[in-house]
Design a protein around this ligand. Sequence first.
Ligand code: C2O
Ligand code: CU
Length: 458
Amino acid sequence: MRNIHRRTLLKGAVATVIMPAFTRASTSEILLRAKPASVQLVDADHPQTQIWGYNGGVPGPQIRAVQGDQIALRLSNDLVQPTSVHWHGLRVKNSMDGVPGITQKAVLTGEEFLYQLNLRDAGTFWYHSHNRSAEQVARGLYGVMVIVEPDAPDVDRDIVVVLDDWRLDEVAQISEPFGNLHDHSHAGRLGNFIHAMFDSLPAQMATNERLRLRFVNTATDRIMPISLRGVSGWVVARDGMPLKKLEPLGILTLGPAERADVIIDVTAEHDGEVLLIFHDRNQGYVLNDFRVSGAAATVRRPKPTPLSPNPIETLVSVAGARTIPLRMQGGAMGDLQEGLYKGKMLSMRDLVDQGQIWTLNGEAGLPVEPLFETPLHATIVFEMRNDTAFAHAMHMHGTHFQEVLPNDTFGPHKDTVLIQPGEARDFAFVADNPGKWLIHCHMLSHQSAGMKTWFRVG
Ligand code: C2O
Ligand code: CU
């Protein structure tokens, strides 16, 4: 963290804050209207940016509800393209999962779809378009869901922080096209404007104040390593699921779609500052700074205790479990020679002509047949092997998995995991949610260029 630059990556721009309309879920329906809008994304020196957003904002309305609630959300499509909404990380009924071609038909322009969700887990989740998502999410079709624990920890403030990365031109408009071959075959569509959007922005902070920050990486492809200065704290949840053991907060690296809840205490003194820093190689960029004024308490509070666990099965053993290889291949500097696409074996050159660059187990695009079928309650182990030159953010729908570690120990429940080049890691889960579920790379450029497959439970 030697070089700290007080600027974001777009020259002259400062990070902005957008306070989305706040929607408290109740028994009534929440309307999500997907439509074009213009928002002040950059600063007042730049023009407004034309986006696509839910209810005209980005992020879309923040959905807050209490664990155990049932909520109904009506998607209404005012876009020029079909769309759908996926509730990322929520363990919902299959028919509500929002995947066109797998769980529903895409919602056409002018049409609507009613989603009904049972909120089984508390935590930080998000929702986003799942149709042409490399374009629709890049244009702004996403929002955050906060499912509150009945016994939420005692903090002074609870703040959502959305991290996003935009590719903008000089007049702050979203650059097209969305599917260029170079992006798709490398690390995806990386932007030139990275910012953190807070749902409520503290004008200042106070020494010994305790905050809960809910970080969500909504970027289509950008991995976000961030850190905080002037505070000390712990990661208490990942991907919405409470950690059994709190992790001390250092550099927090979130791949696309990953979330982390942190609890921090302000340790900076009066007149000091708290910084949110984005790390890019050896450089640090200040995304936000907060002045510290006065003290909230004379001493720090005791270390927080872990959040209450969610009602999801925890693995105790993978003895006798079924193993499913999941080999990632392709991309630039990879050694993929050929791959199956729409039932035909194609050479790498022919795959590229079809816009397909990545394969899972030798196949690009969504296969007609599932990768595997399993009876309910079986334990499944994915043997993930990244035989490519790039990291991938592998995401499974329907439930969370846990990394298989030595001596019958398991990592935290996750719905998205960053797998680095050359890594071989195993992730296991109990197939307790019936239906057809996707597993794909959440670098949405990679997903649209082939990295997706599906399986059937029950
Ligand atoms: Cu967040 Cu299949 O996606
Ligand atoms: Cu990928």
